[in-house]
Write a protein that binds this ligand. Structure first.
Ligand code: PFF
Length: 454
């Protein structure tokens, strides 16, 4: 059931991969994690890990897709064949598909809440208590379900239309909109908010906060934000035009993603610091409770700025969600084989079941704990972000470093310098698997068994 399996041109890969990378992780996740983990120290560690580990593993994942030419599982089997390696490497592809579904299973729930907030903010927050609004919204299982279903319907619509008519053409609209909105928000923050307080919060040096947990947070955020480890980049590499260069294209996407994360901080914190009673350390509730209070304080203009802000978040979430489910749709479509529309239905149906479990973590099952994981939503997030993604990233890194590198034609992939190519392989062989595994083991011991070393 092959439809068109190529991007139309080089720009299409750049748009789609940037659309995937820039998402809730940048605008909802990065600012609060930077705030919680030592400001400038976290930002610097984050940039360091993006360059040292993120970019190399990102390129490795795209390379597997470009050389393996199929869905993530078949791409792993094909490349394993070409390098006389065991077919068991396909586990990396399966891990990717599993991560797709688990990430999708909580990502759509947050995105649904974002859309809901977009509508609430349009009717104005003035005179309403943000805590009451938030608690009321998340306490309703039915209402939260309605919003994530709406979001998944949009995602499914784009996915079912295919690579060119669906993903490529939607990214052509979504990406410029996103960049326009974020610049607008930073500009408004600078005009109305306290930019110097925001800059010092994000970039001032709190060295006393350096710890294993900070490093772990920075690496995890880097991998999540760059969409590494779950087959999305393999699928997008498969659709890449033959002549497109992997290192150049990857560097552009990684730079765009990091810039948007920093800009998101500069859009949010000036408004938070404009009102001294607001707490910048509100964690996951920062963009909901805290920002809605800021919009209320802005008066009538808040009724205009608020919806724009939530539109920005929704656009970022939609372009990422499409990419989160794409590898699974591709896999089902080629595995069965079936039509793209039917494959999309199957994947969205599984995602709905997982989202229902996540939603229950906000209300009906909010006290259902496993180990240190507070509720089913946290569990879903943990399985996806902390467990599966890092394992997938390690597998990709080790496979390309130790096996695929033997048959890679350096120039064909786009490397001009032998030195850079060797440095890339060295990092993939030794540095990233080691870092990722240590972080994975320490993190899991702490989260599940409460064993802490630092
Ligand atoms: N990078 C996205 C974000 O920052 O929100 C999330 C994501 C998309 C993760 C696609 C993984 C993925 F494959």
């Amino acid at each position: 059931m092959q439809s068109n399996t190529r991007w139309n041109n080089n720009l299409a890969f750049l748009l789609a991969a940037t659309g995937s990378a820039v998402g809730l992780g940048n605008i909802w996740g990065f600012p609060y994690k930077a705030g919680e983990n030592g400001g400038g120290l976290f930002v610097l560690l984050y940039i360091f890990f993006v360059i040292l580990l993120g970019l190399p593993v990102f390129m490795a994942e795209v390379a597997i897709g470009k050389i393996g030419k199929k869905d993530p599982v078949s791409a792993m089997i094909n490349t394993a064949d070409k390098t006389n390696s065991t077919k068991n490497w396909r586990v990396v592809g399966y891990l990717g598909i599993l991560s797709n579904l688990f990430i999708g299973g909580y990502y759509a729930v947050i995105a649904g809440l974002v859309i809901n907030y977009g509508f609430i903010s349009a009717s104005g927050f003035i005179g309403k208590d943000p805590t009451v609004i938030y608690d009321t919204e998340i306490s309703s299982f039915v209402e939260m379900t309605f919003w994530f279903l709406l979001f998944l319907a949009l995602t499914g619509f784009v996915l079912a239309r295919g690579i060119e008519k669906g993903i490529e053409s939607s990214m052509r609209i979504l990406m410029p909109t996103l960049f326009f909105l974020i610049i607008l928000m930073v500009g408004y923050g600078a005009y109305r908010g306290d930019m110097s307080a925001a800059l010092s919060y994000l970039f001032s040096w709190k060295a006393e906060q350096f710890s294993a947990a900070t490093m772990q947070a920075a690496i995890g955020q880097a991998f999540f934000s760059l969409s590494i480890g779950m087959g999305t980049l393999m699928a997008f590499g498969y659709y890449m035009p033959k002549e497109q260069k992997v290192p150049g294209a990857s560097s552009i996407v990684v730079t765009a993603d990091t810039s948007v994360a920093l800009l998101a901080g500069l859009a949010i914190f000036p408004l938070v610091f404009a009102f001294p009673f607001l707490d910048p350390n509100a964690g996951t509730e920062l963009v909901f409770k805290t920002m809605s209070t800021a919009f209320a304080e802005l008066g009538a203009i808040g009724q205009f700025v608020g919806p724009l802000f939530y539109l920005l978040l929704a656009v970022a979430a939609l372009s990422s969600m499409i990419s989160i489910l794409e590898p699974s749709v591709l896999w089902v479509q080629e595995r069965m084989p079936t039509t793209r529309t039917r494959a999309t239905f199957i994947v969205i149906a599984i995602c709905i079941i997982l989202c229902l479990i996540s939603v229950s973590g906000f209300n009906v099952l909010k006290d259902f704990k496993v180990g240190s994981l507070e509720n089913p939503f946290e569990m879903m997030k943990y399985i996806a972000d902390d467990f599966l993604l890092l394992l997938g990233g390690t597998g990709i890194s080790a496979f390309v470093g130790w096996r695929l590198s033997k048959i890679i034609d350096m120039e064909k992939l786009g490397f001009k310098s032998k030195l850079l190519f060797s440095a890339w392989i060295f990092i993939l062989r030794w540095v990233s698997p080691l870092f990722l595994m240590v972080i994975w083991v320490l993190g899991n011991l702490e989260r599940i068994f409460f064993i802490k070393f630092f």
